[in-house]
Design a protein around this ligand. Structure first.
Ligand code: WT7
Length: 571
């Protein structure tokens, strides 16, 4: 493979020498930056927000929010006060440490206040992507036995309150008219609440946030992170996101996904950064306009967004002043080399790819500002992280050999549980001493990691992880569908799209209308991003003798590749 190097970007990055930093780094030194190192009292919301009130950051802008109708800004002091109030709202409802509180709403300031207030009472917050439909909401609230949800009247119909015995409180943002039993108006409760609040101090290993993510089999898994993750959020924010005091930082990810919390709430605010949040949907022009208007300096986005912008053409870029930008990052799926070259050409910036997962809680491998970039590579491990390519027995493989991308266990932001499923948790650690990511990769002679693919069948569409099993399960609920097999099909903009192979029940014939109806069924039952963009009807699907649909064979059909060993396939 041809390896291109892009020279080190100028900037006031404080990690001058990667090798030296890597050799001397100790997470324990980062801990010392927090006062809880001495007091033992900690809380993520305190460290991210309240702590700054003791400094000159008190009145600094923490949040610059805008959508089609609102335009607001909040200082650290204001966010502190509002989240204190919301903490009191929750406390008045009897919500306490360890309870699960979900937030299910569009990206608005109320969402951020709700997340922070939930953490302040020591409860565990469960963010839900606003596009989730009833089945997805139900699975998550049921599994975690959530006691409260903060949502909006528009989304309420997707919360099956009556089927969720643990769910006691529905807090409605923007409610109008009469409330039903168990419902609370966010605005009214906030108006009644005082901002005097005694924060709930927790232990570093206490639960903080629950992000559900997909695997290749079964229902979504509840990945639990603890307050201790702040150590990694702080330091990666300094060395990878490169946050400086005067930065205006824009993370484009929704807090329904881990990037939108770890790097869209915790990391920037732990570092005292000013953060931009855009609500609603936006066009390529809006993306650039946001950068221009807020003079965004650090921009963290995803390959699918960069590819979309690249597709919109360089002419659009010329209409905007993007000269404020000084650092650009990407995560979520492979960053194509051509996108890296486009970034250089179009706005004269290196796009810094980095790798991590919901389960890892924080960034682990990255292209750092201080190092040369090889387009197509995810970069090198963060100091304090030992990453390797191992075989299935746990032996480290030599350079350039493809294998399991694995991390030596024990880093600050590592997940601590799969909610109520210790067996699933254990599956990640079956090779002693290692966390096995499920990605395959290789490492070159210079220590750069190169992503090769997923080992399981998990689909990555526009940076969102979709479990084929969830989609298949929904598909077979459709009255016309007998069997369904779902794969990721390579796509130039979205990375992968969801493609479903379907066999129909007797009495149903393939048609365009039926295809559309099936698509709508998944969209409304699960989530828009989980609906198959392509559907192919087949008389029979390839199955093992035990009846499992062989996605590997579907994929080979799709790509026109040999189907490999078919010895387990039924006739
Ligand atoms: C999976 C994790 C936490 C980041 C958002 C996604 C893929 C992630 C990269 C990258 C190639 C990547 C992997 C990983 N992925 N970053 N830089 N290059 N692939 O979090 O939804 O938990 O997905 O996303 O396959 O396992 P996630």
């Amino acid at each position: 493979m041809k390896v291109e190097k892009i020279p080190v970007a100028p900037g006031n990055f404080n990690l001058k020498n990667y090798d030296e930093a890597y050799a001397n780094f100790d997470w324990a030194d980062v801990e010392k930056e927090f006062t809880w190192y001495e007091t033992g009292k900690l809380n993520m919301a305190y460290e991210a927000i309240d702590r700054h009130l003791l400094t000159e950051r008190k009145d600094k802008t923490a949040l610059l929010y805008s959508d089609a109708v609102r335009e607001e800004s909040y200082s650290f002091a204001q966010l502190s006060e509002l989240s204190n109030k919301f903490g009191n709202v929750l406390r008045n409802l009897g919500i306490a440490k360890g309870d699960r509180v979900f937030v299910f709403m569009p990206r608005t300031p109320e969402l951020y206040v709700s997340v922070l207030g939930t953490l302040k009472v020591g409860a565990i917050v469960g963010p839900l992507f606003e596009a989730f439909m009833e089945a997805a909401v139900r699975d998550r609230l049921e599994n975690s036995e959530a006691v409260a949800i903060v949502t909006t009247p528009a989304l309420l119909s997707r919360v099956p309150v009556k089927d969720l015995p643990a769910l006691k409180h529905v807090i409605l943002v923007g409610a109008k008219g009469e409330l039903e039993e168990g419902q609370v108006s966010f605005e009214a409760a906030m108006a009644d609440a005082t901002s005097d609040f005694e924060i709930e101090w927790v232990d570093r290993e206490d639960g903080m946030i629950l992000h559900y993510t997909s695997g290749s089999t079964g229902k979504p898994k509840g990945v639990l992170h603890v307050h201790n993750a702040m150590i990694q959020h702080l330091q990666t924010g300094k060395w990878i996101v490169d946050l400086q005091e005067n930065d205006v930082y824009w993370c484009t990810a929704d807090p329904g996904w881990v990037t939108g919390t770890s790097y869209g709430i915790f990391s920037p605010w732990l570092n005292g950064a000013t953060m931009v949040v855009r609500g609603g949907r936006f066009t390529p022009e809006d993306w650039y306009k946001t950068i221009e208007k807020y003079k965004v300096t650090v921009w963290y986005s995803a390959p699918t967004a960069f590819r979309m912008l690249m597709g919109a053409g360089d002419e659009v870029i010329k209409q905007f002043d993007l000269s404020s930008l000084r650092h650009v990052l990407s995560v979520g799926e492979p960053l194509n080399p051509e996108v890296v070259y486009w970034g250089l050409r179009a706005f004269n910036h290196r796009i810094h790819d980095n790798w991590w997962m919901t389960e890892t809680g924080g960034q682990l491998i990255s292209n750092f500002r201080c190092m040369e970039i090889k387009p197509g590579s995810m970069g090198k491990p963060f100091p304090g992280i030992y990453a390797a390519i191992i075989d299935d027995q746990g032996n480290e493989l030599p350079p350039n050999r493809m294998g399991n991308l694995a991390i030596r266990t024990g880093w600050p932001a590592m997940m601590r549980q799969i909610w109520s499923n210790p067996a699933k948790y254990q599956e990640y650690f079956n090779i002693p001493g290692w966390y096995v990511s499920g990605d395959s990769a290789y490492k070159d002679e210079e220590g750069y990691f190169w992503f090769q693919g997923r080992i399981d069948d998990v689909i990555n569409t526009s940076g969102e992880r979709v479990g084929p099993f969830e989609v298949e399960s929904k598909l077979v609920e459709h009255p016309a569908v007998a069997e369904a097999g779902v794969i990721g099909k390579p796509d130039p903009v979205r990375g992968e799209i969801i493609k479903a192979f379907i066999s129909l029940r007797d009495g149903f014939e393939p048609s365009e209308e039926l295809m559309e109806d099936i698509r709508k069924f998944v969209k409304e039952g699960l989530a828009a991003h989980a609906a198959p963009r392509e559907i192919e009807f087949r008389d029979k699907l390839p199955k093992t003798r035990s009846g499992k649909i062989m996605r590997r064979v579907l994929k080979a059909w799709e790509l026109g590749l040999p189907t490999g060993d078919l010895s387990t396939m039924e006739d």
